[in-house]
Design a protein around this ligand. Structure first.
Ligand SMILES: Cc1cc2nc3c(=O)[nH]c(=O)nc-3n(C[C@H](O)[C@H](O)[C@H](O)COP(=O)(O)O)c2cc1C
Length: 408
């Protein structure tokens, strides 16, 4: 494909992939595109590249419009190899270019592509970069759809370069949405649901960040460049990610035991996280609760969180009694997770999780989170050492994530 002008001095330099593309355990029946952009300003800049399969072709095509050694910046909004895959081939031909990305993005690129020796320009929220004739502004948009992700906005052109966000998997040759020969809104929605929806609270954070930008065109990294009605596509993400009425009707039970109150502090932060999702859980400190009451609340709930600290490698209080009491119940695949404070080994939390699994609950743990959201940091089971404040942030995040998973 030849370069296509999208704005003065700005070009699409991507690749149309019209195969049935294997991707995220799916087959993209309509193929896709990998959209890369060249901003041919005084300090020539490339925004994202193409899939790793097409690295050589990408660089060969690029050479027809610019000498790669002139490139000053290569912006990597997201490190997945369908966008950053041509970076090694490009970087080898562009020795003067700095790689512009988030701090986490730089760490991942170094290890993934052995680019330790390159110069990086690390982006923080709201930073701007003068590329000689245009100014770029950056926003960190974590988990859309991986942790390191950011978006780039060109102030003069009013173009948003959001990489995977606002994308569509279609191997379009028309490229611009106003030239589309087929209806594509359903494909746009399906893409959102598969890739972005598991992270919809982050979608809402991103929407707040770009709310006041006068975006005239969205130039994503898959499918159509949205130059007609760009705001409509932002509005659609607002509608799709709206959590109202989704999570707030869910019933959550938290049941726990504590020796010295550390697990109570965790509960308070989990509750705050759930409240962010408009969920008000029923909380039982098992020391003061009738097990029959807790049991009937659990029978009636959509999600269950069971907490215990650890005493001599075991659960504390009457957590075990409760879990045994539930043995004649079936978890009915309801979502559940274990949490607790601990000192050095935290076996109590492991025992709680094993009980929940045996009872037939769908237990949220790291494997579950990786499969459903791609999130690899260990949120559940939630293990907090003593009640260290610096760790408590995780408890609130865990509450929010639990709510999001319930609302799915
Ligand atoms: C008698 C006793 C035994 C403990 N045994 C363990 C243990 O085996 N493993 C561990 O990780 N922490 C152990 N701890 C540490 C507690 O789990 C830790 O202090 C925790 O923060 C207590 O939380 P809580 O106040 O919610 O009960 C023990 C604490 C006490 C007092």
């Amino acid at each position: 494909m030849k370069a296509i002008e999208i704005a003065p001095q700005s070009y699409w330099i991507g690749k149309i992939d019209d195969r049935k593309v294997p991707f995220h355990r799916l087959t993209l029946e309509k193929g896709t595109t990998y959209n890369s952009y060249l901003l041919k300003t005084e300090k020539p800049t490339i925004i994202d590249t193409v899939d790793i399969l097409f690295g050589k072709e990408f660089v060969d095509n690029l050479k027809e419009i610019i000498d790669p050694s002139e490139i000053q910046y290569i912006i990597i909004n997201h490190v997945e190899p369908d966008h950053a895959g041509a970076l090694p081939a490009l970087a080898a031909q562009a020795p003067n270019a700095q790689i512009v990305t988030t701090a986490l993005g730089a760490e991942l690129l170094k290890d993934m592509f052995k680019l330790h020796h390159r110069e990086y320009l690390i982006i923080k929220e709201g930073d701007t970069l003068d590329i000689g004739g245009k100014t770029l502004k950056f926003f960190e948009t974590p988990y859309l759809h991986t942790e390191e992700t950011m978006v780039t906005y060109c102030i003069e052109d009013k173009i948003l370069y959001p990489c995977d966000q606002f994308s569509t998997h279609i191997a379009t040759k028309e490229l611009f949405n106003d030239l589309a020969k087929e209806e594509y809104e359903e494909d746009y929605k399906v893409y959102y649901q598969l890739i972005m929806h598991p992270h919809r609270s982050y979608v809402r954070d991103m929407l707040k960040k770009i709310k006041d930008l006068p975006v005239k065109m969205i130039a994503p990294s898959h499918g159509y460049i949205l130059r007609e009605n760009a705001q409509k596509y932002i509005q659609l993400y607002d509608e799709y990610s709206n959590i109202d009425g989704n999570a707030k009707d869910k019933k959550v039970v938290i049941a726990y035991s504590t020796m010295t109150g550390n697990t109570t502090k965790i509960v308070q932060r989990i509750v705050k996280g759930l409240e962010e999702m408009e969920i008000n859980p029923l909380v039982f400190n098992l020391k003061n609760a009738q097990l029959e009451d807790v049991k009937s609340a659990i029978q009636d709930c959509d999600g269950l969180l069971v907490g215990s600290s650890t005493k001599y490698a075991d659960m504390v209080g009457n957590v075990e009694e409760l879990l045994t009491h539930l043995a004649d119940e079936e978890g009915q695949e309801k979502l559940a997770a274990a949490f607790g404070s601990y000192g050095w080994s935290g076996e109590g939390i492991v025992h709680v999780e094993e009980h929940l699994e045996k009872l037939g609950f769908t237990t949220i743990n790291q494997n579950y989170l990786i499969k459903t959201t791609g999130m690899e940091k260990p949120i559940f089971p939630l293990r907090i050492q003593f009640s260290r404040e610096e760790e408590m942030e995780r408890a609130q995040e865990a509450g929010r994530i639990f709510g999001e998973l319930l609302a799915k």
